[in-house]
Design a protein around this ligand. Structure first.
Ligand SMILES: [Zn+2]
Length: 303
């Protein structure tokens, strides 16, 4: 009798399992839209898939980065004296943050003199590029430090070198060949990384800028502003009124597309500030005044 009971319980359990498996709603219905979305996701996943990447030596990484930086600088020569002065300022802030990086690399900082370029990117080996359009968005040095720190962390955590290694594997080229590096467009660096890598770059940048003496308020204020702009111009697609030109907005949209939602980044920054008890009372450092006065960016001189 006991055996029959056990058997009955087992059969019932098996039948229940079969019933639930079959009842499970099928979400994988194939519609054209699903196909398009699916393939786009897949493509993105493919390019992001962890491959068997052998860690390059720092020397090798620096050599690749120098080669790429030379190519891009030749395409966008920075000859305007005002922009060169701005570049020196970006270097000062960048070196201060890069001193907190774990890797000892020949860090260098470049301004791309394009007011519509609202983006920044880093190359393997420690070259950080920032568009003037993004610099025009800054209202404090602490915000600039956070942006540069984010790029520094993409290098410090090997995101940038892995990106170029993936590109080489996908297109079957040899990173030792100069001609192969010449095929890598600047745009791949502006596409951003995986969400995890982007959030890691934010977290580590926040910690680095605070260790370098900056205020954590910079990161928070910048992401608060971007959350608001994203709501206004992307979610509600409002017509730009006074703050930003249409070109700047399309540039900003590109930046938003290549990064996690600013609201999500802001939530993480707030969490790190609370968990690490970062000094929120530390005052903000004004953005390089000479540049502000000549470009009109940031808060106006009251005089
Ligand atoms: Zn990033």
């Amino acid at each position: 009798m006991k055996r029959i009971l056990i058997l009955a319980v087992l059969v019932l359990a098996a039948l229940t399992a079969i019933y639930f498996v079959q009842r499970r709603p099928r979400n994988d219905a194939v519609s054209p839209a699903a196909l398009v979305d699916g393939s786009a996701d897949w493509e993105r996943d493919l390019t992001r898939a962890p491959m068997n990447l052998t860690r390059l030596s720092d020397e090798e990484e620096v050599r690749i980065g120098n080669r790429l930086a030379g190519q891009y600088e030749a395409m966008e020569p920075n000859t305007d004296p005002e922009s060169q002065a701005l570049e020196r300022y970006v270097e000062l802030v960048g070196f201060r943050v890069a001193a907190q990086a774990k890797r000892r690399l020949p860090w260098s900082f470049h301004v791309i003199d394009d007011a519509d370029l609202i983006n920044a990117f880093a190359l393997p080996g420690g070259h950080v590029f920032v568009g003037r359009g993004l610099l025009d968005q800054m209202t404090s040095e602490d915000e600039l430090a956070f942006v540069l720190g984010h790029e520094i962390e993409h290098v410090d955590h090997y995101h940038a070198v892995e990106r170029v290694q993936m590109e080489a594997q996908l297109h079957h080229f040899d990173l030792d060949a100069i001609s192969a590096l010449a095929q890598i467009p600047m745009s791949i660096w502006q596409e951003g990384y995986t969400k995890d890598e982007e959030l890691e770059a934010d977290r580590e940048s926040l910690r680095a800028v605070v260790a370098a003496g900056y205020s954590p308020q910079g990161a928070m204020k910048l992401l608060e502003r971007w959350t608001r702009l994203h709501g206004e111009y992307v979610i509600h697609a409002e017509t730009p009124v006074d703050e930003l030109s249409e070109l700047a907005i399309s540039g900003l949209n590109g930046y938003f597309r290549s990064h996690p939602l600013p609201s999500e980044r802001l939530a993480q920054v707030r969490k790190v500030i609370a968990e690490d008890r970062l000094p929120m009372n530390r005052p903000l450092t004004p953005f390089h005044l000479e540049y502000e006065v000549t470009s009109g960016a940031g808060p106006k001189d009251p005089s």
